[in-house]
Ligand binder design. Structure first.
Ligand SMILES: NC(=O)CCC(=O)C(=O)O
Length: 279
């Protein structure tokens, strides 16, 4: 098992045409793989503009045209592919769902956003995903030859317990496809990633769509990778690009040895309780 591998984050410029979004995603996946990436990740809502008025129109069943394209791209390029997220329709409900494929093109995991993005910052931003979406209720991890990976979506990053649960399950890399905005992005995006990485001594990556100033919801961009020491090791501004990062699991081990917090917890005083719901 190799202790190092290349991760690629596709900061895609998402537009109104689903076909164009898929075509571009497939092209950038190929480019990332040809540059040596072994795990490639897309942003939240990569096939549709982000907004409650769009989800129903762009929603698909899984499998469907968008996830079929991802499966084929994973297989063709021999990579693990974290398919950002798409609006999913299932049994009359809509979810914000990430699909994960292995290098054989098999769907190996699926994450339905657990914490829906419902906020109201007066004069700045009001967003209520729960007006149209339903929440998922499951942890999502997958194994690779390099490490175990945990996946959650955007607002999920604000919940420290979820990151801790993934760390307890053995994840060494957490991937959060996400689309923060021009209010909470500058304030919290990097801080949250560094917090999750430092608390759990693992790698954290966030994958945003590129910024579209004409869109109803303006994404912050700044797809980023943070290492287990809490350093930002790769990042970008807000244009369409690919962010590459070398993930070094030997370094993660060293950080955990130097600062051994996982062995120093006072579980006689506090404890994280992990529940495993069926649905
Ligand atoms: N798409 C989202 O969940 C956005 C989350 C966000 O912007 C935040 O501040 O949290």
């Amino acid at each position: 098992m190799s202790s190092k591998f290349k991760l690629a984050l596709l900061q895609l410029a998402v537009g109104a045409s689903k076909v164009d979004n898929l075509t571009k995603a497939v092209r950038l996946i190929k480019e990332a793989a040809s540059n040596g990436a072994k795990i490639v990740a897309l942003p939240e809502c990569f096939n549709s503009p982000y907004g409650t008025s769009y989800f129903a129109d762009y929603a698909e069943k899984i499998p469907g045209p968008s996830t079929d394209a991802l499966a084929e791209a994973a297989k063709e390029n021999q990579i693990f592919l974290v398919g950002g997220s798409i609006p999913e329709e299932h049994n009359g409900k809509l979810y914000n769902t990430s699909t994960i494929f292995n290098p054989e093109g098999k769907l190996i995991a699926k994450h339905r956003k657990i914490h829906l993005f419902d906020i109201d910052v007066p004069g700045k931003i009001r967003f209520q995903e729960s007006e149209v979406l339903s929440p998922g209720s499951q942890y999502t991890t997958f194994d690779t030859p390099f490490c175990k990976v945990g996946v959650a979506i955007c607002y999920d990053i604000r919940f420290a317990e979820l990151g801790q649960a993934y760390a307890r399950k053995g994840c060494q890399l957490l991937l959060y496809p996400g689309a923060f905005n021009m209010t909470t992005g500058p304030a919290h995006w990097e801080l949250l990633q560094r917090g999750r990485a430092l608390d759990n001594q693992l790698y954290v990556a966030t994958i945003s769509p590129a910024r579209d100033e004409q869109a109803k919801y303006t994404a912050w961009g700044h797809s980023t990778v943070v290492n287990p020491w809490g350093d930002v090791i790769s990042t970008t501004e807000h244009e369409e690009t690919i962010v590459y990062s070398d993930i070094d699991l030997e370094y993660l081990k060293q950080v955990r040895e130097m600062v051994p917090i996982s062995k120093q917890r006072r579980e006689d005083l506090y404890q994280l309780q992990i529940k495993e719901p069926n649905s």
